[in-house]
Each structure stands twice: as C-alpha cells, then as structure tokens.
Design a protein around this ligand. Structure first.
Ligand code: PBG
Length: 307
C-alpha cells in the first residue's frame, strides 16, 4: 500500500506496546505504518467498576468509532477486552501469537492461606469469584486503572496483594519480584492474546493483516470466546475459559468456568477433543453448563449486574 497504514491505539503503556508490536510486524513485511493514539472511555472513567459502565466494549468503543469514521485503518486490542460481537463493518483481521495466559498475584511477601486473614484487590468479577471460592473468608476490594496505576495503588495500600494478567506486566517489564502464578485460576477468554481489527470493506488491508495471523491462537481464542458468547448473552459475568492445543496427539484441551459473584456456586467443565472438533467445542461446553444449572445462575447474574 502507498498510504501509511494508520494503527489506532489506546495511549496506556500496555496498549502502546501492543500497537508497536503490530507496527513492527507490518514494517517487517515492508509496509509503511503510523501510530495514532486515541483516548478511550474505559481509561477516563476510573471511579466506577467496569461492569457498572454497562457496556462490555468500554475499551474498544472509541477505536471502533475512529475506524468507522476512517480516521484509522487498524485497531489493536487486548483480545479479552473485546466484546464477542464486533460492530457492523468491523472485522477481526488477525490474532497474534499468544503470550502468557496466566493470572498472577502480586504480593508484599505474605502468601495467601485459607484460614488466615488476607486482603486482595481486583476489579474483575471472574478473579474475585474464583478467589472467594477458594478463600471464602478473604476480603476482596475493587481496583481500577491501567496496570501502571494499579501497581502504584497496591504499593500505597494496605492490601496484601492484587491480581494481574501476567502478560500485561511482562510486556512492559513491570513484573515485580514478589509474585506468584495462580495456576488454579482459569483466565479470561482470550487472555494474553492481541487482536487486530479493521474495516470489513478494506480488502487490500485484510490480505496484508492475515499474514500476521497465528492460526493456533485464532482457534483457541475462538473456542474460548464461543464459550463466553454462548453463556453470557450480553452481560459481564464471572466466566473464565482456556483452550490449549496439544501437538503430540493433535487435540484441544479445554477448561471453562462460571461462578456466582460470591464464588459460592461454581460450574466447571473440562473437555479433551480431537482438533477437528474445535469449531463447536466452546458452544457444547457452554450448553452443558447451561443445562446443568448454569442457566438459572446466568439469570440471577443478569439481575444482579443490571444497572
Ligand atoms: N482488563 C485489563 C487488561 N486487558 C488486558 C490486560 C493484560 C493483557 C492480557 O490479559 O491479554 C489487562 C490487564 C490485566 O488484566 O491485568
């Protein structure tokens, strides 16, 4: 392409890192690229928990509008922040090779134990519910903001720790010494993946972007987001999902979870299927949960999360 490809990005350090990663991949393919930082409502409204903003697309909406107005050509997002239904006219054009999918607890030297008092912070319903399921007597406070400000607030607070996506801290070299991997916690669907979206009618650009697509990440995130979409019907519930490809036996290993807000109710599912069954795996896993009590819980959650 002759005109530079305009990549829109939120202006947080993590978002800039992700956009620059796409910039490098495209530059390496010989394209001319320019970065366009855009402020998003999710970054501006910091005093309300995310789920109170009502829409799931708080982080992505501003960039969607910029795309549709032809102010940018490409938007780069943390895939887990992207609603499962993209706006009309916008297409998922590439998913980059996935980074670390794990959640971690950044702490201050003291590790959590079941029967000892402990106070952590997170704004994620999924993290909070899984934490309370495991540590019913712990306290969980709300914590908003980008990863930099969340680390700062943790340092200034009396919290014992706060939960982060490992990928986010690794990417901008903020992984502190005192952290522990929460290998029992099921991550958000598509955690650790970066998605590139563009206008559906921009065929020339779609051809370029498919060259930076990672098929394995595309498939595993598709499964996780199909699970989410089948369960949620448009609300931000405590839902986790992870699909992993096993190249030795050509299978997909899937784990999904749905919990009540207080973590007392938990529906968990695990499935191992041959790779050629990936297309409906997320759907079947979600259906199984819905049919075994999950549907009632989803109804309750929708009531509780309504503004
Ligand atoms: N919701 C915010 C958000 N969106 C993406 C990441 C990190 C990167 C990723 O999970 O892919 C984070 C920070 C976090 O959850 O700690």
């Amino acid at each position: 392409m002759n005109k530079p490809i305009r990549i829109g990005t939120r202006d947080s350090e993590l978002a800039m890192w992700q956009a620059q990663t796409v910039e490098k991949l495209l530059t390496n393919l010989g394209h001319n690229v320019t970065l366009v930082p855009v402020k998003s409502t999710g970054d501006i409204i910091l005093d309300k928990p995310l789920y109170e903003l009502g829409i799931t697309g708080v982080f992505t909406k501003t960039l969607d509008v910029a795309l549709l107005k032809d102010e940018i050509d490409v938007a780069v997002h943390s895939m887990k922040d992207v609603p499962t239904a993209l706006p009309q006219g916008i297409t998922q054009s590439a998913v980059l090779q996935r980074g670390n999918t794990k959640d971690i607890l950044v702490h201050k030297g003291l590790l959590p134990e079941k029967n000892a008092p402990y106070k952590i912070a997170t704004s994620s319903l999924r993290r909070k519910a899984q934490w309370l399921h495991k540590f019913g007597n712990h306290e969980v406070d709300d914590l908003r903001g980008n990863v930099n400000s969340r680390l700062r607030k943790l340092a200034e607070s009396d919290w014992n720790g706060a939960i982060f996506a490992s990928a986010g801290l690794e990417r901008i070299n903020l992984l502190p010494q005192d952290y522990t991997e929460l290998d029992w916690m099921i991550p958000a669907p598509a955690q650790g993946a970066i998605v590139v979206v563009s206008r559906t009618d921009d065929a020339e650009l779609l051809d370029i972007l498919c060259q930076i697509n990672d098929i394995e990440t595309e498939i595993t995130t598709y499964i996780e987001r199909q699970f989410l979409r089948t369960l949620e019907g448009g609300c931000t519930a405590p839902i986790g999902a992870i699909a992993q490809y096993n190249e030795h036996d050509d299978t997909i290993h899937f784990k999904g979870i749905l919990l009540s807000l207080d973590g007392k109710q938990k529906f968990e599912i695990q499935k191992d299927v041959p790779i050629d069954e990936w297309k409906k795996l997320g759907f079947f896993a979600a259906k199984e949960i819905l049919e075994n009590g999950g549907e009632t819980l989803m109804k309750e959650l929708k009531e509780q999360l309504k503004k």
